[in-house]
Write a protein that binds this ligand. Structure first.
Ligand code: ATP
Ligand code: MG
Length: 392
């Protein structure tokens, strides 16, 4: 008998007829995430994944850490497997939950009995085990409404399980269940957070990054690759497209009015992203834009950028403050990498006075004065592709 990890499903339990396909995807994602840690038996029953280590030397803290980053899981805990015998359940509950129970003031016992052949019903299990624990730990009293510790007993097919832990899961939907989208990933703080937020909604992420050597350095690209790698802990495998953007930026500089540089650049970024998205079956683009953050993110500017988009552009940060975005970037551990000081291509040829309320017809007229088509083709052709997978 040993410890296992229980992972309770989140929002997908509401999915009606489609529920099974969400569950299958979640189990597949958990298996992939744990593969390099050893062998596991992973089964699904009653909206819970049962993760049983099959090797002796598996680090369960690491299992919990990894599973806590798998989207689709609302809560998780370590649990102890016992015989389906009430005295064994009591013994294991005292042994396994002893540490938390000996320091807590209030507790309750909760019970779930899916094996109806077990001779005691749930209320009886709660009352009897509650009594045993009260005798053993005189510091405790029962509080059924708001206990410090809940000792849970689950009577399942082959075993009973006890646990007193309830950790928050990553929430959301299993990655892949909502299809794939292409994230415009800069080295900044916002776009990795945007990618993480869409992955949380079940979107499988591919990433595209624009580089302008020699204006941007190799280290700037490396930084973005590091961000990709970090995101894999949550998002799974990421195809990374690196687009050579120098000639396009130089052509903008040489041929368009300075006040429109950024918007025209963003429209060309979108054009290239759409072509890559079509090739890689991505159904949408994702950006880290937030209304009003910079001149190219006013509603008028976003409108001019969107005018070239044939597929949806998802902007999960659109109504968020920078402080809220930073909070998430710290939580997902991308903040440190994002704040390394390398140039992004967006800061090359930044106009001194960008138009904050551009008119689409002016932008189109300025952009049409030069044929960017061949340069766009060339950039797509010259795009380098790498794949990132779980960092460990
Ligand atoms: P971030 O922190 O994500 O860099 P930002 O606040 O600096 O965002 P901008 O530089 O205006 O804002 O970029 C807006 C969005 O455009 C970014 O969130 C990102 O999605 C995309 N983007 C910007 N630069 C690049 C780049 N070099 N490669 C890919 N996408 C980019
Ligand atoms: Mg940026």
């Amino acid at each position: 008998m040993k410890e296992i990890v229980l992972a309770k499903y989140g929002e997908m339990v509401l999915k009606g007829l489609n529920k099974k396909s969400f569950e299958d995807m979640l189990i597949k994602n958990i298996k992939r995430r744990l593969k390099r840690l050893g062998h596991f038996q992973i089964t699904s029953a009653q909206s819970t994944a049962y993760i049983t280590p099959l090797d002796d030397d598996i680090d369960l803290n690491e299992v919990v850490d990894r599973v806590s980053k798998v989207f689709g899981i609302a809560a998780l805990c370590r649990a102890y497997a016992c015989e389906k015998d009430f005295s064994d359940i009591c013994e294991k509950a005292i042994e396994y939950c002893g540490d938390v129970l000996s320091t807590a003031k209030t507790f309750k016992v909760a019970s779930k009995r899916s094996d109806k052949a077990f001779p005691m019903k749930s209320p009886e299990i709660c009352a009897e085990l509650g009594g045993v624990l009260l005798d053993k730990f005189p510091n405790l009293s029962v509080d059924v409404k708001d206990p410090e510790v809940t000792v849970t007993v689950e009577i399942r097919d082959t075993n009973a399980y006890v646990h007193a832990e309830n950790l928050k899961g990553a929430g959301g939907l299993p990655v892949g269940s909502s299809g794939k989208a292409l994230l415009l990933l800069s080295g900044g703080i916002d776009s990795p957070v945007a990618g993480w937020m869409m992955a949380k909604r079940g979107v499988h992420i591919a990433a595209i990054h624009y580089v302008s050597p020699p204006y941007t350095s190799d280290r700037a690209q490396l930084k973005v690759e590091q961000l990709c790698e970090k995101l894999t802990d949550w998002c799974g495998g990421i195809a990374f497209y690196c687009v050579p953007f120098t000639e396009i930026q130089e052509a903008i500089k040489d041929n368009c009015p300075e006040e429109f540089f950024t918007i025209i650049m963003r429209r060309l970024m979108m054009e290239i992203a759409q072509r890559i998205a079509e090739k890689d079956n991505c159904l949408a683009l994702i950006t880290g834009e937030s209304v009003g953050q910079v001149a190219s993110q006013t509603m008028a500017a976003i409108g001019c950028t969107d005018a070239v988009c044939r597929i949806p552009v998802l902007r999960p940060l659109i109504g968020m403050d920078k402080t809220e975005i930073i909070e998430i970037s710290r939580k997902i551990d991308t903040f440190e990498i994002s704040t390394l000081p390398y140039e992004d291509c967006c800061t090359v040829f930044t106009p001194r006075h960008p138009k904050v309320k551009p008119r689409l017809e002016d932008i189109e007229k300025a952009q049409n004065s030069f044929d960017f088509g061949p340069l766009v083709e060339k950039a797509v052709e010259g795009t380098e592709i790498k794949t990132f997978n779980y960092s460990k």
